[in-house]
Design a protein around this ligand. Structure first.
Ligand SMILES: C[S@@+](CC[C@H](N)C(=O)[O-])C[C@H]1O[C@@H](n2cnc3c(N)ncnc32)[C@H](O)[C@@H]1O
Length: 187
C-alpha cells in the first residue's frame, strides 16, 4: 500500500488515481478531493501500514495571496504534464511562520515513521526556495538518507532554486532501544 501524505491536486502524478495509493490532504477546497481529509501529523492508520510514502510538504509560509496558481493551459508546463486546467495548490498559506512550517514537517516525519513498514521507503520532495535541504533533513532524525535526486526539469522546479527528491529509510527508534536496556538493568 502506498500513501501520498500531502496530495494537493495530485499535479505531480502521471497516473492521477491509482487504487494502490491513498491520497491525504487537509485542504477542503481542493478540486481533486483526497481519499481522506486528514492532518499528516496525526493520521488514522495503524503502525507500519505502508510500503511507500510520498511527502511533498509546503516549502513556503505566509503566502496567503496566492491560494492557487492556475497554469496557463497553453504553457509548456501545462502541455508537458497534461494538467489542462487543474490548478496547482502548494499550501503556502497553511503555516504563517517559518517555525510553524518546520514544526509541521518535524511532527509529520515522526508520524510517517510510525505508519511506514520497517522496510518501507519515504520519498521526500523539497524545494530550496526558502529553506536549505540540510536544514530540512535535520528534522528527519529517525531516518537515513538512501539517495538524493537533483531535479533539473524546469517543469518540476521553482526558478533557480534546487528541487530534490530524497529517498529515506527508517532508523530503529532510539527510545525503544533505551526502554529495552532499562528493562535489562532491572534484572
Ligand atoms: C506542495 S503541496 C503538494 C502538491 C502535490 N504533491 C501535487 O502534486 O500537486 C503541499 C500540500 O500539503 C498540504 N498540507 C499542508 N499541511 C497539511 C497537513 N497538516 N496535513 C495534510 N496535508 C497538509 C497542503 O494542503 C498542500 O496540498
Amino acid at each position: 500500500m502506498i500513501l501520498d501524505a500531502t496530495a494537493g491536486n495530485r499535479t505531480m502524478w502521471r497516473t492521477k488515481n491509482d487504487p494502490r495509493i491513498i491520497y491525504i490532504d487537509i485542504e477542503r477546497r481542493l478540486e481533486i478531493k483526497p481519499t481522506i481529509f486528514a492532518d499528516s501529523r496525526q493520521m488514522p492508520f495503524k503502525d507500519k501500514t505502508f510500503d511507500t510514502i510520498f511527502f511533498d510538504p509546503p516549502h513556503i509560509w505566509n503566502d496567503r495571496g496566492s491560494y492557487y496558481i492556475y497554469p496557463d493551459a497553453k504553457s509548456f508546463q501545462a502541455k508537458w504534464q497534461g494538467y489542462g486546467k487543474i490548478p496547482r495548490y502548494y499550501g503556502g498559506d497553511k503555516y504563517l511562520t517559518k517555525s510553524q512550517l518546520i514544526g509541521y514537517i518535524y511532527l509529520t516525519a515522526k508520524e510517517l515513521h510510525r505508519i511506514l513498514k520497517d522496510d518501507g521507503l519515504l520519498w521526500l520532495k523539497w524545494n530550496e526556495t526558502k529553506i536549505s535541504i540540510e536544514r530540512i533533513l535535520a528534522l528527519f532524525e529517525d531516518w537515513i538518507e538512501l539517495l538524493r535526486i537533483y531535479v533539473k526539469s524546469p517543469t518540476q522546479t521553482a526558478g533557480k532554486h534546487q528541487t530534490y527528491w530524497i529517498c529515506l529509510a527508517k532508523k530503529p527508534l532510539k527510545h525503544k532501544q533505551s526502554t529495552l536496556s532499562t528493562f535489562n538493568l532491572n534484572h
